[in-house]
Structures are given as structure tokens and as C-alpha cells.
Ligand binder design. Structure first.
Ligand code: YNC
Ligand code: MG
Length: 398
């Protein structure tokens, strides 16, 4: 009953086979066979536009559309609030193309959007020149009109015109067919506020004062040699991250420039700090660990006291402890817990209300101990035009 997705080069439900199959593209095409005309928009008064996000006014139009109409939770209590800073960070990463920031206007009003950036994706041993698609958004008054398939087909066309045939994307809804599924975990930093906005319930056997104490954190971090990431650390961090990501089956492949873009905060480029990265430098000056998180607010819909929740999302991290021979899982678990305890303290210091993480990478080794609790939300990972065996999140393949 997926009328649109049944026509697309994605694995369909019911095709599961218990055997392990050869992984690769589902459909092979040539650039010259891809139309250079936009997908027809047979719905007056709509027209295609390419958004120029270097133009502050157009960037603000995208921000405004998402502010009112992007992803909400099931009970419509919270909605993602992407600032222009986080949009710039997400959509103007190395290799970005203006043509992949696609809008639909009705008259002068931006009423739908979809975007992509290029990225190398590694699936097990194969590296794909791909794209990452996000920010699919249609104005609430235009829902249910089959505009989403048109937006998806148009961005596919624009990506294909560049000789790129694969994409990765995520979503809270089930579509044909997830390659992996993760659960969201949440760790309260400001429990009282999360309680007031209805995010954190008070367990029936507890009291608010007890919950506040349960989530209290020390003022000071404890890892020796921990400090903010600086430009001079980037080669070391790039190498450490590259080696660490090899432990997992589905990851991006970052070059040095991308590592810099995704991890290093640049004061002069962003109105507001988006990414927070910290490294550990040992006595000999060697960088042994790093972790990072980014800021994404959520609007609290219709609340008398609070407008927004400041959420920290766990981003990339790595530690040399993973590479000791012989492999010592207890040491890895201990080190990750020490690092993440400090990440919580730093996020609290920067006035975050909650720390979110997914059940992926090595997160299973610290989530419970650091008092993260499972949320209602799932995040499904999808690959477009690529057949891959299921990938189990949170499993260290070694
Ligand atoms: C979704 N999230 O199933 P079927 S995540 C993909 N991703 O098709 P209509 C989706 N498809 O079932 P509406 C989808 N949500 O008939 C719905 N669909 O096959 C499918 N929400 O279209 C749906 N943003 O226009 C159905 O639906 C068809 O008016 C129905 O619009 C949907 O960004 C939407 O959650 C989501 O703004 C735009 O509800 C709207 O309801 C909305 O009648 C709030 O559409 C915001 C929201 C989604 C966030 C995200 C990732 C997007 C990935 C898109 C797929 C990319 C594929 C790769 C392309 C590049 C390929 C290369 C190379
Ligand atoms: Mg629609």
C-alpha cells in the first residue's frame, strides 16, 4: 500500500530472505538518460525554486517554514526548531550544491522544501559516493496532496544529474525498507524543566525533588587532559575517528575538510554555536579521545512558561582504548563512561536541558550507567537504490 515507494529503487517488504546476499545498487542508470527538465508540478499556483542559502532572507524563509511545519512528536507537544546556524552547518557542508536546496513556492510564499548534501557512505566494505537527504517539509495546509513524492522525485533527478545514484535518509515513520532501526535515549540535565513541559513524567513511586537529585551532576569534569577541540588537533582527530568508525557497518567517510566542518565550531561563521567538541590530550601531547554533541532546540508547542527545550545530541566520538591488543571491553566501557559523564557536565554547563543519544555505535556501553532512559521515538535508517543486509545498531562487530 506504499503507492509511491513501491515504484522506487528501494527494497520492498516481503522480500526478506534469510540468506546473506551480495550488496549493491538496485538500478543502474546513466546521467544522459536523466531529464534536464524539472518534474512537472501540475498543481497551480506552485513553482519550483532553488533556494540560495547564502542569501540571509532566503535562509530565513527556510527557517520559518521548518519552524511552523517540520517534525513533531506523536502528541504534537514539541517540534524541531532548526536555527539558521544549524541549517547552515547541515546544508552547507563541504561539496554542497545550491541546486540541492529545493523549494516550492506558491506565489512568493515558500510552502515546501527538501534538501541534500553530498557524502561518502561506507556500507561494510564498500564506499559509495552518495548524498544525504533531509528537511522534507510541506506546509500543514498542503498535506495529503501527494506533493512529497514530487519533491522526492525532483531531488532525485537533481542528484542523479550529478552522477550520484545513492542516498541515505532517516525518519520516524516506517517506509520500505529500513536498513537499520535505532531507539532514542534521553538523559535529563534540567529535570524540573523537562517535567514542567511534559517531557519527563514523574514516576509514581518518586517525587520531583528525588528526580532532581537523581539527575544532579558534578560541577567539574574529571578526565585529565580534557579540553575544547582546536584547529591544531584536527589531523589527530581525523585519524582517530577514521579508525574508530571502521568498527561499524554503516558510517560516513569523512576527509580532513569534512572532519573540520562537522566537528570544529567556527565563531565567525555561526551566529550561535552548533557543535561542541572536546578532546583528551595525554601528558606526551597525544590525542587519545574525543567526543562531540550538537545543539538542536525543540519548540514547546503552546506552553505558558517555556518556549523551547535546548537538546544536546550525541555526535561522533572515539577513543584509543578501543584499539588495545588484546581487545579489552571492560576498559573500553570504563573509558566511554568517564568521557560521557564529562560530556553531560559540559552540556549542563552550556545550559542544555536534555542529552539525547541513539542506540548505535558503542552507546549501549554507557547509556544505562549515565542514566539515559529509552524514549518513545525510533529512528529508521534508509538507503536509496542500494540493497544491503540488515545492520544491527549498537553492535560492535568485533
Ligand atoms: C518521509 N518522511 O509514505 P506512499 S524525514 C519519505 N520520508 O508515499 P503526501 C514519506 N516518504 O506511502 P504529506 C515521508 N513521509 O504512498 C511521507 N512519505 O508510497 C510518503 N511532515 O505524500 C508517504 N518531515 O505529499 C507517501 O504526504 C507519500 O503531505 C505521501 O507530506 C509528507 O526529511 C511530509 O516529518 C513528511 O512535512 C512532507 O507530512 C509532511 O503528508 C511533513 O501526500 C512534517 O509520501 C515534517 C516531516 C520528514 C522528515 C526527512 C527525510 C526525507 C527523505 C525522503 C526520501 C529521500 C529518498 C532519496 C532521494 C535521493 C535519491 C538519490 C540519489
Ligand atoms: Mg501533499
Amino acid at each position: 500500500s506504499y503507492k509511491f515507494w513501491a515504484t522506487q529503487p528501494v527494497p520492498q517488504f516481503g522480500e526478506e530472505k534469510p540468506v546473506i546476499f551480495e550488496e549493491g545498487p538496485l538500478k543502474i542508470q546513466k546521467v544522459e538518460d536523466i531529464s534536464d527538465e524539472p518534474i512537472p508540478l501540475n498543481l497551480a499556483p506552485f513553482r519550483w525554486v532553488t533556494m540560495d542559502l547564502t542569501d540571509e532572507k532566503q535562509m530565513q524563509e527556510v527557517e520559518k517554514l521548518l519552524y511552523g511545519h517540520f517534525v513533531e512528536d506523536d502528541e504534537a507537544m514539541f517540534r524541531f526548531k532548526y536555527s539558521t546556524s544549524i541549517l547552515k552547518w547541515s546544508l552547507m557542508s563541504p561539496g554542497w550544491r545550491k541546486e540541492w536546496h529545493v523549494g516550492i513556492r506558491s506565489g512568493d510564499t515558500l510552502c515546501a522544501f527538501i534538501a541534500a548534501v553530498p557524502t561518502e557512505i561506507r556500507v561494510r566494505d564498500k564506499v559509495i559516493q552518495g548524498s544525504e537527504v533531509n528537511f522534507l517539509c510541506i506546509h500543514k495546509k498542503l498535506r495529503g496532496k501527494r506533493l512529497a513524492p514530487v519533491l522526492i522525485k525532483e531531488i532525485t533527478r537533481r542528484i542523479n544529474r550529478e552522477g550520484i545514484w545513492q542516498a541515505i535518509y532517516t525518519g520516524g515513520i516506517v517506509l520500505p525498507r529500513p536498513v537499520s532501526t535505532c531507539r532514542y535515549y534521553h538523559r535529563a540535565l534540567n529535570w524540573q524543566k523537562l517535567y514542567e513541559v511534559g517531557f519527563s513524567p514523574c514516576p509514581s513511586n518518586s517525587k520531583p525533588a528525588f528526580q532532581v537529585r537523581k539527575y544532579a551532576l558534578p560541577e567539574q569534569t574529571s578526565t585529565k587532559g580534557l579540553r575544547e577541540l582546536q584547529v591544531k588537533d584536527l589531523d589527530a582527530v581525523h585519524s582517530l575517528l577514521e579508525r574508530y568508525l571502521k568498527r561499524f557497518d554503516l558510517t560516513p567517510v569523512f576527509n580532513r575538510e569534512e572532519t573540520e566542518h562537522w566537528l570544529l565550531h567556527k565563531k565567525d561563521s555561526y551566529a550561535e554555536q552548533v557543535v561542541y567538541s572536546y578532546i583528551v590530550e595525554d601528558a606526551s601531547g597525544k590525542i587519545t579521545d574525543f567526543f562531540s554533541f550538537y545543539l538542536l532546540e525543540s519548540t514547546v508547542i503552546r506552553h505558558p512558561k517555556h518556549n523551547a527545550i535546548r537538546a544536546a545530541y550525541m555526535f561522533y566520538y572515539a577513543t584509543e582504548t578501543a584499539f588495545t591488543e588484546p581487545v579489552n571491553k571492560d576498559a573500553l566501557q570504563k573509558r566511554l563512561n568517564d568521557l560521557m559523564a564529562d560530556a553531560l557536565i559540559l552540556a549542563k554547563r552550556h545550559n542544555f536541558d536534555v542529552f539525547n543519544a541513539l542506540s548505535l555505535m558503542d552507546n549501549a556501553l554507557f547509556l544505562e550507567k549515565q542514566k539515559f532512559g529509552p524514549g518513545d521515538g525510533q529512528l529508521h535508517y534508509y538507503l536509496f537504490n542500494y540493497k544491503a543486509n540488515p545492520i544491527h545498531g549498537g553492535v560492535d562487530k568485533k
